[in-house]
Design a protein around this ligand. Sequence first.
Ligand code: TXA
Ligand code: MG
Length: 343
Amino acid sequence: MVIDVADPDRSVLIEAGRIIRAGGLVAFPTETVYGLGAHALDPEATERIFAAKGRPSTDPLIVHIAAAAQARDLSSRWPDVADRLIEQFWPGPLTLVVAKSPVVPDSITANRSTVALRIPAHRVALGLLESAGVPVAAPSANRFGRISPTSADDVESELQGRYDLLLDAGATTLGVESTVLDLTGETPVLLRPGGVSADLIRSIVGDLKVLKRQTTSEADDALAPGQFLRHYSPLTPLVAVDGEAPIATDLVDALTRRGINAGYLELSQDPGTAAHDLYRVLRSGDGTAQVLLVRMVPSHGLGVAVNDRLYRASQGRVVADASDSTADMIESLVGGQGTSSTQ
Ligand code: TXA
Ligand code: MG
């Protein structure tokens, strides 16, 4: 259902809120990406989210709320630093992980003692949350491991009707997910870079630990769930290029000479523009070639989040030169005769 972000139709929001309260699924826009929402305190409803996404139950969901007072109700310990952060960044793309209150079902937190909370900065999302009158658990509205949706069409192509209502307010503005910040320990830990940069968070909290890029080992998963290496991925193998444009174009040329259909995805080197365009560019390139190359962006501001997503979307295949051995490695990805194949 189309809904105007500047002036959302009350009757549509009321219907969406009713569906949430009744245990249904509503896909809705936020400033970051589209989410797939359900009544957070109704385990049967949230179970439907995991089923629709094909998401493992070990990966907990973010709970979306309309007002900061709800955050205190859903947590059993609300640190002072959280107040300073939300004053600055809520509503907005910052998710806070805090100790959970017993009212929060274990199914959405993957049996953890913590819960992730955020107030989104989007009129339709806020209107839905207010109309529902209950906290709304919502992951990104994509199939598990796939590219996050930044438009209603993306949601539809990912979930193919596995929801009761889809609110279409056009493309999202930010384009990458919220920053996830764990406040349960001595020092805040940045679990996922996102819409609010580490530098901005540091300016409020002082000392900040930044979680290093994870793979899929269970030990790592205990610390930060959802840090799967294969994530945000196109179906076509992706290779990220950490270097100047000619490295990428030289590689495409070298692969073309080897008879491989290699596609080059143009992504702006301006971090904000790159964040906005990232998932659309990955999605539009998917399936158009045997292998896709994309350049990483400068690592400041939103560029940190963009590079994190490119790293995962490429499953850690980051190259920095256009040498023969690099071309061999890429060739091996497409089932070619690469001499240094390790696949
Ligand atoms: O921008 C966003 O955050 C979007 C929109 C829809 O709000 N949501 C989103 O949700 O990206 P999702 O489920 O795709 O990613 C949530 C991340 C996952 O990596 C999950 O593991 C982590 O947050 N997370 C959720 N609860 C957690 C918890 N209690 N402790 C640690 N990490 C948690
Ligand atoms: Mg996601």
